[in-house]
Design a binder for this molecule. Sequence first.
Ligand code: ZN
Length: 81
Amino acid sequence: MQCKRLRTLAREWFLKVREDALAPARMMEFIHRHVRQCSICQADPDLPQEIEKIREFIRAPEVLPSVQEISEDIEEEKVLL
Ligand SMILES: [Zn+2]
């Protein structure tokens, strides 16, 4: 993971997942959302593998939350980001 920003964010999100304050699937959604807007992450060839490891570690389902679920949590996301 080359992106310091994502490393910091992932640690914060992971702590929330451990406290049951954030769903694992939501954490994966946040990660993907960051990658989509981050040139450092997009240029990191090892990142997809590392994201997959994180997913396995937090036991997130492979299926991303539905669009409706995401839009319902926009307020929560603003706080986190
Ligand atoms: Zn990044």
